[in-house]
Design a protein around this ligand. Structure first.
Ligand code: ADP
Ligand code: ADP
Length: 227
């Protein structure tokens, strides 16, 4: 579904060149939960920004199905970002003055999705929290609202940047279950970026980055399924 071919990304800082990604190639497939794992500075954010259409590679090609994302102009890239990609962040980015339901409904409306916001919140197990404001919810609940909001775009690709980074262990595992369920039951490929190796066991596909290069990439034959 998405293919990176020999992606390089260089940043220019003064007269220095920082090579953030060096000949990175991989595929992301529908129906799979992919984890991009690597320590700080390994190139995860850079890779995520290119996947999400927020930035462009210096060299190499990015394909989404038959579309060459790396050749899109600014307008087309914005369209790709809006229509193809859903985003989940570490700190949720919910609108504090809106309830859970309103946070999701407003996103659904912006994306002309007439499917009900309630249904997305029910999918993440939050039917009992529709009228709660963010400050009346736990971290895990806020992250579930933010996942429901991302799903209301009907994205082909759900990009999750350290989605468990601010959550305790038990709550993190609940979020992993939701991400597993989404990757299995919808048309959405799920990609999670994290520095924490303990989540590797839950993924169908693992891409390990080190110093801007792929250290290892493999399919997990028996990913641990959260019950
Ligand atoms: P990670 O997300 O794994 O911490 P990053 O993609 O943020 O890694 O960074 C990869 C490398 O690129 C690091 O050496 C970092 O300092 C450098 N880098 C990232 N963003 C920029 C930028 N905007 N300008 C210059 N260097 C950058
Ligand atoms: P989860 O494990 O799903 O994140 P918790 O067990 O942490 O949920 O929280 C259960 C309930 O406690 C929540 O529904 C919420 O009402 C309340 N709660 C937990 N943390 C907070 C918080 N930081 N602020 C307000 N309410 C909270």
């Amino acid at each position: 579904m998405i293919e990176f071919e020999k992606i390089d990304k260089e940043y220019h800082v003064g007269d220095q060149v920082v090579k953030a990604l060096n000949e990175v190639s991989f595929k992301i497939e529908q129906g799979k939960l992919t984890i991009i794992l690597g320590p700080s500075g390994s190139g995860k954010s850079t890779l995520l920004n290119i996947l999400g259409g927020m930035d462009r590679p210096t060299r190499g090609t990015v394909k989404f199905n038959d579309q060459l994302v790396s050749k899109l102009n600014d307008h087309e890239l914005t369209d790709y970002r809006r229509k193809v990609v859903g985003f989940v962040f570490q700190f949720y980015n919910l609108i504090p003055s809106l309830t859970a339901l309103e946070n999701v409904a407003i996103a659904a409306q912006l994306n002309n999705n007439d499917y009900q916001a309630e249904d997305y919140l029910s999918q993440v197990g939050l039917s009992e929290r529709l009228n709660n404001f963010p400050n009346q919810m736990s971290g895990g609940e806020m992250q579930r609202v933010s996942i429901a909001r991302a799903l209301s775009k009907k994205p082909k690709l759900l990009l999750c940047d350290e989605p468990t980074g601010a959550l305790d262990s038990k709550t993190s595992i609940k979020i992993m279950k939701i991400l597993q369920d989404i990757s299995k039951s919808s048309e959405t490929a799920v990609v999670m970026v994290t520095h924490n190796p303990k989540f590797e066991q839950y993924a169908d596909h693992v891409i390990r980055l080190k110093d801007g290069q792929i250290e290892k990439t493999y399919d997990n034959e028996n990913p641990k399924i959260v019950e």
